[in-house]
Design a protein around this ligand. Structure first.
Ligand code: SF4
Length: 192
């Protein structure tokens, strides 16, 4: 890759040249190598359209909405695209969960005066707290602590939910199908 394709900044281009000289793999060359037909920006159109799936051993499958071409499992192109979007959201949310915890810890310590930081934009803090339905009375630090309490409680609630309780809707349906009393029948708790 050359020139402005690497960066508008000479310092970055210099870093790229140095990496090349040292034979080190880098993001620019890897990007270029993914291109089709010598075009670094050209990618598989199915992947670009979000209609490619390899979630099970029947795939990889490619779908086409116009031709109603579906995955082996029967999923449509729209379903495939939305499923992937939902999965990406779950992946992203679980990844950033850690950052959220660190942010809350930092905000709490800052509100308690235990860090060198300060709340530089109280308007944003109040706006966020208001959206969560929290009271806006008191100082910025008090609002920040209220916000931390709320968010940490929400995160902990999710953690306290045991696998058994999150599976209950499935056994309940299974039990109902077999005419069992969901609440009293041990068999009703069998995960099927
Ligand atoms: S589209 Fe369906 S059959 Fe094809 S890989 Fe994905 S899940 Fe499997």
């Amino acid at each position: 890759m050359e020139g402005d394709r690497i960066s508008y900044h000479e310092s970055v281009r210099r870093a790229y040249r140095r990496l090349k000289e040292d034979g080190i793999t880098n993001i620019w060359d890897r990007y270029e190598a993914q291109g089709l037909g010598g075009d670094p920006d050209k990618r598989c159109p199915f992947c670009m359209g979000g209609v490619r799936c390899d979630l099970c051993s029947n795939g990889p499958c490619r779908a086409d909405a116009e031709k109603d071409k579906r995955g082996v499992c029967g999923i449509t192109a729209d379903g495939m695209a939305m499923r992937m979007m939902a999965l990406r959201n779950v992946l992203g949310a679980s990844t950033y969960h850690y950052h959220t915890e660190q942010t809350l810890k930092t905000l709490r310590a800052t509100a308690l005066g235990k860090t060198p930081f300060s709340i530089a934009e109280p308007g944003k803090l109040r706006d966020f707290a208001s959206r969560l339905g929290l009271g806006l009375s008191g100082s910025d630090a008090e609002i920040a602590l209220r916000l931390c309490d709320f968010c940490e409680a929400e995160i902990s609630t999710a953690r306290r939910t045991s696998p058994a309780s999150s599976w209950r809707p499935w056994p309940r349906r299974s039990a109902e199908r077999h005419g069992k009393n969901w609440a009293s029948s041990p068999a009703a708790y069998t995960v099927r």
